[in-house]
Design a protein around this ligand. Structure first.
Ligand code: BYC
Length: 318
């Protein structure tokens, strides 16, 4: 067998596995492009979870009640945990955590557009939980069936926690809508500011999505950007109606034929500006991450020194 024959045989095995719906595991042979595609997506997903702690973290000390503070704190800790599952899943593909952080700091790796907007009021915490986590769940439920085993298993655990997050946000919004006129206005204002960026979370329209072709061929993506966006809109419109919030889109209308809501145009210029580094909070988010990363270096160094010492002890005993 020549090298080319072996290569063709390995590729055939991989494609048959994908076709049968078998999970691809870390030690399986896989095309380099599949590995790179997953490293890009999973690491960006991990960075989103970690950077996403910032806008919410800003409100821990200002939560209106002790109960609200405890719940918010628990939610933010969950997001940190999600980041860790995902960094671990990406590491099984042959990239180190340090390399991923380096790619984030250099701007090579993206993170979700949504975390580059400020959380201005307590209602924003409601909007983040309800809309942002709500959008994330719709996306992540479909990723539970993604073809890479460690990613799909991480998604199963993450989705269980996300549904609590979504309810936490919805509860805040529902409570504010039962409150004073000022509280109702605050909730509507948060809705107005977070609605469109939440729709952008699903990525560009399918016709403009360069990675979707490979993602579908390899069963990394199980539903398209537009399909998931439509699912999110359909369920959120109902929820907004129940608590009396208005979706800030004059063109929003049920389309009987499609079985989905039609919506107004999304501002893709804003989306590309934000993911290109020019959103309202990109600089703040990145500077904060870099500063905290530097300040926490001693923890990593201490852990490494301890491991080295322990290994030496074991060696001496043998
Ligand atoms: N933001 O070809 P496309 C959370 C980029 S966090 C920024 O459609 P793909 C939470 C895309 O990367 C949940 N960039 O890409 C945490 C690509 O650029 P590159 C985060 C975006 O990968 C704390 C280009 O646009 N969830 O729940 O097929 C507190 C073309 O896009 C975005 C995930 O990360 C965006 N929104 O599809 C609260 C889900 N959209 O890489 C909540 C996992 C697109 O070539 N990721 N881009 O430079 C995915 O499912 C897919 O990667 C996407 C994009 C659907 C996001």
């Amino acid at each position: 067998m020549t090298t080319t024959d072996i290569h063709t045989e390995l590729l055939k095995n991989f494609e048959e596995k994908i076709e049968r719906g078998d999970a691809i595991e870390p030690k399986d042979r896989m095309p380099d492009a599949y590995r790179k595609h997953l490293i890009r997506q999973i690491s960006q997903h991990a960075h989103s979870e970690v950077i996403g702690m910032q806008p919410e973290g800003n409100w821990i000390t200002r939560a209106p009640t002790l109960r609200a503070r405890q719940i918010l704190l628990a939610k933010i800790q969950d997001e940190g945990g999600h980041g860790l599952y995902l960094y671990s899943a990406a590491e099984t593909l042959g990239i180190s955590r340090a390399e991923m952080i380096e790619q984030l700091h250099s701007g090579k790796a993206k993170y979700s557009n949504i975390f580059n907007y400020p959380a201005l009021t307590w209602a924003d915490i409601g909007a983040i939980g309800w809309l942002v986590d709500g959008a994330a769940i719709v996306n992540q439920v479909s990723l539970q069936r993604t073809s890479y085993g460690p990613y799909s298993r991480a998604m199963v655990r993450i989705c269980k926690e996300e549904s609590f997050h979504q309810r936490q946000g919805y509860e805040i919004m529902a409570k504010m809508m039962k409150g004073t006129k000022e509280q109702q206005e605050m909730a509507q204002d948060a809705m107005n500011r977070w609605w469109w960026p939440s729709l952008m979370m699903f990525g560009p329209h399918d016709s403009e999505s360069p990675h979707s072709g490979d993602a579908f061929r390899w069963k990394i993506k199980r539903a398209s950007n537009d399909e998931l966006r439509a699912k999110f809109i359909d369920k959120t419109v109902q929820q907004a109606e129940v608590i009396g919030l208005t979706i800030p889109d004059n063109e929003l209308k049920w389309n009987e034929e499609r079985g989905h809501y039609d919506h107004g145009p999304i501002n893709w210029t804003e989306f590309y500006e934000v993911i290109g580094g020019n959103g309202p909070c990109n600089l703040q988010r990145m500077n904060h991450h870099k500063r905290v990363h530097d300040e926490g270096k001693w923890v990593l160094e201490a852990a490494e020194a301890w491991t080295k010492k322990r290994e030496q002890k074991l060696f001496d005993l043998n």
